[in-house]
Design a protein around this ligand. Sequence first.
Ligand code: NAD
Ligand code: UDP
Ligand code: UDP
Length: 320
Amino acid sequence: MKKRILVTGGAGFVGSHLCDRLVAQGHDVLAVDNFYTGDRSNLGQHLANPRFEVMRHDVTFPLYVEVDEIYNLACPASPVHYQRDPVQTTKTSVLGAINMLGLAKRLGIPILQASTSEIYGDPDVHPQPEDYRGLVSVSGPRACYDEGKRCAETLFFDYQRRHRVPIRVARIFNTYGPRMNRDDGRVVSNFVVQALRNEPITLYGDGRQTRAFCFVDDLVEGLMRLMNVEGDLDGAVNLGNPTEVTIAEIAGLIVSLTGSRSQIVHRPLPQDDPRQRCPDIGRAQEMLHWSPKVGLEEGLTKTIAYFDALLSASSSTVTP
Ligand code: NAD
Ligand code: UDP
Ligand code: UDP
């Protein structure tokens, strides 16, 4: 059935891929974004489509539109960006959730929250299942993001209990792919850009910390399945790729896939950087019949091709 779907954060990395899929399915899509980290160019392929709209709006302010479904993705996601204006980050998560839940309540429509593995903090249970309560600093530099997202989840569960809003909460683990912001400081975009330029690869700490990386197409599939699952949901659902790698391993893999001459250089580990992170996706597998399909080498190869084209285009447009 054709719907009118609101995607907040639609001009961002994940949001723009989600818009692609929703448009391809024949839905009308309204992307709402304040362009803090996202860019209109991520949506360039849809701007001439009359069934697609993009609206500049900050979700910390109320929004009155008529839609059938909401994906709430608005929020900077990389540590560099969310720490640049930490108060705005918390406001985006908390006030954004209140406003989007108010909208969903008024219209009686489903709403999906893009939550995060960061709500588990620097976990002492491994891999992390949904019922793990996390180990989060309330005052550290990552707290604006982690605690903002935790509070947003609380609001979602209270709107479900108090107002019967049909909610879905996805706890997204590290995701990568084309259209990551090249300057956002996340590990995959940093290493790929550094490798393509034959510049030093900046490995923070000893590189033994782990993450599990999910290709963006797999994540978007999981988000859409979660939105469309029947009935009331009890609790959040982890979405991520459970193949855990060390950051040193991913540096080596990117150097080898790009054929780069880059050397690894060590930089200090940022404060509160989680040592280990990997999703338990049993719930998503059972409930959504979903698991990631794209392996790390395949996903990195696509990501490298994207950044290679981007860097070539930007070097050929530099004016003398
Ligand atoms: P992104 O920074 O590329 O996209 C976020 C988008 O939200 C941007 O377009 C930005 O301009 C917009 N935005 C920020 N503040 C806003 C505001 N106040 N009002 C309106 N728009 C606003 O990040 P992403 O990687 O695409 O992440 C999308 C969502 O998924 C975020 O909510 C993030 O927390 C969540 N998430 C992402 C990852 C990941 O690895 N990419 C992991 C866990 C959770
Ligand atoms: N809101 C919104 N769009 C709507 C309905 C509500 O942005 O279509 C905002 C509204 O401004 C309010 C918030 O959502 O601040 C929460 O709405 P709710 O009705 O739950 O709470 P109340 O207005 O009673 O505080
Ligand atoms: N990292 C790194 N070099 C970089 C960027 C990140 O070694 O240039 C490390 C970072 O310290 C962390 C991991 O890579 O341990 C993932 O960082 P990212 O910012 O991508 O995601 P998050 O820490 O939010 O999972």
